[in-house]
Design a binder for this molecule. Structure first.
Ligand SMILES: [Zn+2]
Ligand SMILES: [Zn+2]
Length: 253
């Protein structure tokens, strides 16, 4: 079992230490984990989702990678990209998780009941934000705004072309697509993104699927993995990928 999306207390909204995460992963039977704490390039008045000391974060994970022999630990970041801001990452990561958490505004400034507006602004921003990518990784929780909007509405039909545009960018930069299992723990009880989006990614030439729980608490490490595997097999996909040392590595499911 793998879990390629785990937060620790290096994230402002993460609960457990890396040590606790490693111990719990062993208990939960997860053999490959990625530590992927938040590094959002834009921080709004309500959101400060950024590792405070990136150097310490990198060194701490490097130490655990060296010392740990029972499970594989991968060094990642949930890199919160936006179209209007950029930053070059200096350290080496096994892979990155690319997230767009905001529109041109911090999402919590947007009305939760304006489905059309929020989806439009998010997808337009996401299409623009996937640029100048020079490190392998996976685009996470592609239909994110479903979590934020009242009653968790899907992408409106009239904006599905923007999802396709976004997928084209993801494929262009040779990025993978994450199956984020946190949605199964939310009221809408479904993985993110929807199946049609996963299928469209393949249709457009994408190859790399990852699975991550987006755990902010050690209790949920590995949650939803087998559900995601079942779903992928149903649509004819028998392999996922993780990143190690900047290369995609195949993992049979
Ligand atoms: Zn996220
Ligand atoms: Zn996350």
């Amino acid at each position: 079992m793998v879990d390629l999306h785990i937060h620790t207390d290096f994230s402002p909204d993460g609960k457990n230490s890396i040590e606790e995460v490693i111990m719990q992963s062993k208990i939960n039977g997860v053999g490959i984990i990625a530590i992927s704490d938040h590094y959002d390039l834009v921080a709004g008045p309500y959101i400060f989702n950024k590792i405070a000391d990136l150097k310490k974060y990198n060194e701490t994970i490097d130490n655990y990678k060296r010392e740990e022999s029972e499970i594989k630990i991968l060094k990642s970041l949930e890199f919160g990209i936006q179209s209007f801001i950029s930053e070059e990452l200096k350290d080496d990561y096994d892979f990155l998780l690319y997230s767009v958490h905001h529109t041109k505004k911090v999402f919590t400034d947007l009305p939760r009941d304006d489905t059309d507006l929020v989806w439009k602004l998010y997808l337009e921003e996401a299409v623009e934000a996937v640029k100048d990518i020079d490190h392998i990784g996976f685009y996470t929780h592609l239909d994110l705004m479903k979590r934020y909007l009242k009653n968790n509405p899907e992408v409106p039909k009239k904006y599905e072309h923007l999802v396709v545009e976004l997928l084209k960018r993801i494929v262009k930069y040779d990025l993978g697509l994450e199956i984020n299992t946190a949605g199964w723990r939310m009221p809408f009880k479904e993985q993110q993104p929807k199946v049609w989006i996963i299928e469209k990614y393949f249709e457009l030439g994408g190859r790399y699927i990852s699975i991550g729980s987006d755990s902010h608490n050690k209790k949920t490490i590995g949650c939803g993995y087998y559900q995601a595997v079942d779903l992928l097999k149903k649509i004819g996909i028998n392999e996922i990928f993780y990143g190690e040392g900047g290369n995609y590595v195949r993992y049979g499911i």
